[in-house]
Ligand binder design. Sequence first.
Ligand code: HEM
Ligand code: HEM
Length: 201
Amino acid sequence: MASMLADWWQKKRAKPIPAHVTFFHCFGGLSLSLIILQVLTGVFMLFFYTPEPDKALYSIEAMSNDVTLGWLIRNLHRWCSTLLMATVFSHMIIVFFYKAFKSPRQFTWISGVFQLLAVFLLLVTGIMLPWDWRAYWSFAIWMDYIDTWFVIGEPLKNFFLSTFSLELLYYTHILVIPLLLAGFLYFHFKMVRKHGISEPL
Ligand code: HEM
Ligand code: HEM
């Protein structure tokens, strides 16, 4: 096992980094690092969080106050989610500036758009999980906003209102969206490896 890992690491290290790669190419990797941090801190909180309206906030407060470093893990998850939005947006603007969305990297770009959407939805669903006043009002405001969408707005809002439960939201946040994101990321990295980092035009 150890030698297999060493071989894998050696193979990764043997890949040269192109000379034109600069600081600005760090933002994809930074986003990935933050996603890994979100997964680790998220998995930690799974052991303490209760997805029930009258228990959610107390369970998280209890974790923050009574569990060793619980406050740190919660705050890392909370603040790094905003930082992640900033790094993903920076990455998108930078690759746009390098015109890396052009053929043959159009599919890298398209998978990136889905990743942006997934990260955004993780933020939206995560904010509602503690089920405090911020969560309640963000849910209410989203419903009001969706209601304004042309044609599909009202049926969509009614669908969300009739099916909403904290438990469903919880599984969407910890399972459905992360799995979709993992699929897109796998494709994204395969594409980056296939086409290499774009040269400046
Ligand atoms: C979940 C967030 C994302 C992660 C973790 C991620 C990760 C990465 C990584 C590690 C690279 C290679 C290094 C680099 O250029 O930074 C890359 C390249 C690329 N990404 Fe992303 N990405 C994300 C979101 C996006 C978004 C939102 C877009 C655009 C809508 C995008 C489009 C691209 C393109 C076009 C490339 C190729 C760049 C080139 O060849 O120079 N990515 N991504
Ligand atoms: C890109 C990935 C993610 C983002 C942007 C994100 C974002 C958030 C946000 C903003 C909150 C609310 C935090 C608060 O108000 O205290 C939250 C809560 C939570 N998240 Fe995530 N999350 C991500 C991934 C995950 C994953 C992968 C898991 C589990 C496997 C997870 C588990 C949880 C749990 C259990 C809570 C409730 C605890 C709490 O409210 O503090 N998250 N998430």
